[in-house]
Design a protein around this ligand. Structure first.
Ligand SMILES: *Cc1c(COP(=O)(O)O)cnc(C)c1O
Length: 368
């Protein structure tokens, strides 16, 4: 019995191998490895893809968030609101820049930040909010932007799981003041190593991020501010330019596989992903919910099917954030969902037969 992985990067590589090799070869021959022509071209192309004016390549998605926070002057004790159910990087970026993490509850259906809970947690010290477009579905950005404007907060999108996702016809990356992307290999647009980008329409934020990522320098030896080293390398730039051309098609394939899952699991006693009408979901992950989660996961793994949990421990209950003194019961929806969510195999390359096998194992298990 063939195994079904959560994500199949190898079969994607086989489908673009010659393009990738042709793109990397000249980089090796030129030996210009950091922030060169490929990164420049990729930045233009990716900004265009997002419908935004500027994109700045950097070393990874976590630092994209740090660069955006610093470019927006958020740090030093400023409170930043982030959802309780997200990848830890969203919160780490806040503390790494000196900010104070404040968690908010998630919406029970979309898993994204709950708009009214976000508003309730605003204090005079709140400086920014980071809505995460979790699993490939954009957060409810209109009310978030409205509330933020009312309270003078900066809005930083965490779009690490949402390359190409749309909200009311506009793409992630163009829905707040500034947006942060990760190109970790398993993301919808993944490099062959670590890298990330900051995307914005604001020329001043773009200028500051462009300096911050490269030791705060405007020109060589002209350090206008203290920055860091968070540069994108040329091999990643070359790979990402090749892969960006395929992204829309790959996202479409993900949506088709999600439709197939929805159809085949329609009668099963599990909760399927809810999509808001304003949103075009790009299914970075296809996440179902069931009270029999642990048993189901074991059953799938026993049958050669990988299934993941994103994320098993809401951030406020992790050891890393113990010092913030949250306790069990503070975010009942995030906590309840953490016990029920299950990410099924999802990538553009998964075959209909594989989806059918996953679904028939789920139906068999749930019935018994
Ligand atoms: C992947 C991810 C990040 C961090 O990106 P890296 O490139 O791994 O640093 C941040 N936020 C979310 C929601 C992510 O999924």
């Amino acid at each position: 019995m063939d195994k079904i992985p959560l994500v199949d990067l190898q079969s994607q590589y086989r489908s673009i191998e010659s393009e990738i090799r042709a793109a990397i070869e000249p980089v090796l021959a030129n030996c210009n490895f950091i922030l060169g022509q490929n990164v420049k071209e990729f930045e233009k192309e990716f900004a265009g893809f997002c419908g935004a004016k500027h994109a700045l390549g950097c070393a990874n998605g976590t630092e994209a968030l740090m660069l955006a926070l610093r470019a927006c002057d958020v740090g030093d004790g400023d409170e930043v609101i982030v959802p309780a159910n997200t990848f830890i990087a969203t919160a780490e970026a806040v503390s790494s820049t000196g900010g104070q993490v404040v968690f908010a509850e998630i919406n029970p259906d979309t898993y994204n930040i709950d708009v009214s809970d976000f508003e309730r947690r605003i204090t005079p010290k709140t400086k920014a909010v980071i809505p995460v477009h979790l699993f490939g579905q954009t957060a409810d950005m209109d009310p978030i932007n409205e509330i933020a404007a009312k309270h003078g907060l900066r809005v930083i999108e965490d779009a690490a799981q949402a390359h190409g996702a749309e909200y009311k016809g506009r793409r992630a990356g163009n829905l707040g003041e500034v947006a942060c992307f990760s190109f970790y290999p398993g993301k919808n647009l993944g490099a062959y190593g670590d890298s990330g980008a900051v995307v914005t329409n604001d020329p001043e934020i773009a200028r500051r991020v462009g300096m911050l990522r490269n030791h705060g320098r405007a020109e060589k030896h002209d350090h206008e501010m203290e920055g860091l080293n968070s540069r994108m390398d040329e091999i990643q730039g070359a790979v990402l330019r090749v892969k960006l051309k395929h992204l829309a098609g790959w996202n479409e394939a993900r949506r088709n596989k999600a439709d197939l899952y929805n159809r085949l699991l329609g009668d099963a006693d599990v909760v399927l992903p809810a999509t808001n009408n304003d949103v075009r979901h790009v299914y970075h992950l296809y996440v179902i919910r069931t009270t029999k989660r642990n048993g189901l996961r074991t059953h799938l793994i026993d049958n050669g099917i990988s299934a993941g949990i994103h994320y098993p421990i809401p951030l406020h209950l992790t050891k890393a954030y113990r010092h913030l003194n949250y306790s069990e019961g503070d975010f009942p929806i995030s906590e309840g969902h953490a016990r029920q969510i299950l990410s099924l195999p999802m990538c553009p390359e998964i075959t209909d037969e594989q989806v059918e096998r996953v679904c028939s194992e789920i139906i068999t298990f749930i019935k018994n």
